[in-house]
Design a protein around this ligand. Structure first.
Ligand SMILES: [Zn+2]
Length: 114
């Protein structure tokens, strides 16, 4: 099933046109951001707005169809960040030079973050 225009606009607006995983701006991006399924379709995730998040291409491709990632400190498998159920600022901070996002909890934004 394809995400319709009304749902896409709702997801974009709800996210304030920012990637919900890295907070980059869709407006400043050369490419239109993608609609990520938090629970992937391959795991029977729905197209309902509560299962959708705005994601830049990089974050969406790193998340792929994963729902868990590896905590780099404990090496344990942990759930990926869920922007519908969790607050970004409780789990991540920007470095003072604003160049990197650092996880402050075991939740990871994407599978590739080490
Ligand atoms: Zn992103």
């Amino acid at each position: 099933m394809t995400i319709n225009d009304a749902t896409r606009k709702l997801v974009q607006s709800r996210a304030k046109y920012l990637c919900e995983y890295c907070h980059s701006s869709e407006e400043a991006s050369a490419a239109q951001f993608e609609i990520d399924h938090i629970i992937p379709r391959s795991f029977k995730g729905s197209d309902a707005p509560e299962n959708l998040a705005l994601a830049c291409q990089r974050c969406n491709s790193y998340r792929y169809n994963f729902t868990t990632g590896m905590d780099s400190v404990t090496q344990e498998t942990v759930p990926l960040f869920n922007p519908r159920q969790q607050s970004w600022s409780e789990h991540f901070i920007w470095t003072t030079d604003r160049l990197k996002i650092v996880g402050v909890t075991a939740i990871v934004a994407q599978r590739a973050i080490a």
